[in-house]
Design a protein around this ligand. Sequence first.
Ligand code: SAM
Length: 217
Amino acid sequence: SDGLDALLDGQLAYYRARAPEYDEVYAERGFRHLTDLVERLPVSGDVLELACGTGQWTVRLAQRATHVTAVDGAPEMLDIARRRVEAAGLVATFEQADLFAWQPRRRYDTVFFAFWLSHVPPQRFAAFWATVARAVRPGGRVVFVDTDAAERDTERVVPGDRATVLRTLKDGSEHEIVKLFHDAGGLAAELGKLGWTAQVDPADGGFIRGVARLTDR
Ligand code: SAM
């Protein structure tokens, strides 16, 4: 391969190492009320959350859903998420899996992911959405939140066509991870080509929110 697998392994390793410091971003100003967004998104029924991280969104989803199944590749993230959901007196099912290999065993009313799509490389974009399609019940929805294109200015973009950025952890270690700077209109068009009817809109604070349904269902 062109090193993509190694890049994706490195990306997961970065998040595993970042897990203990990940929540700090949610304590910052711009992120503090971000998960309130769930209240304005069409999340309902049996929910699947992909790349749940430390469970910041899982808690909000669990308050609204009949049930939440949350998947992430990092055991360190899942441990924190599990504790957060439990501390809130809520219930969710957690599963550790590599989302570039994982396949759903059943279908859900809502498939949700926050800050995950921008870490899916262009070469895996279509395959990822095909996997998502197999996880959605007829009439079901995909709901996502991510950073917008302006995020580029805040990242150390690696020159070249790999669509990667450099991130540094508190221990000084440097990591190259995938980061796409999707804009609302371009993303909706791309999803249209893959068979989705998608509405992607800017959300307050430099974020985008998307809702997608399979066009032929
Ligand atoms: N959704 C959470 C949020 O919004 O706070 C976490 C988002 S974080 C930017 C990306 C998440 O993707 C991390 O929790 C990381 O462990 C997970 N991840 C990275 N690579 C993965 C992979 N190959 N399979 C599954 N999860 C992965």
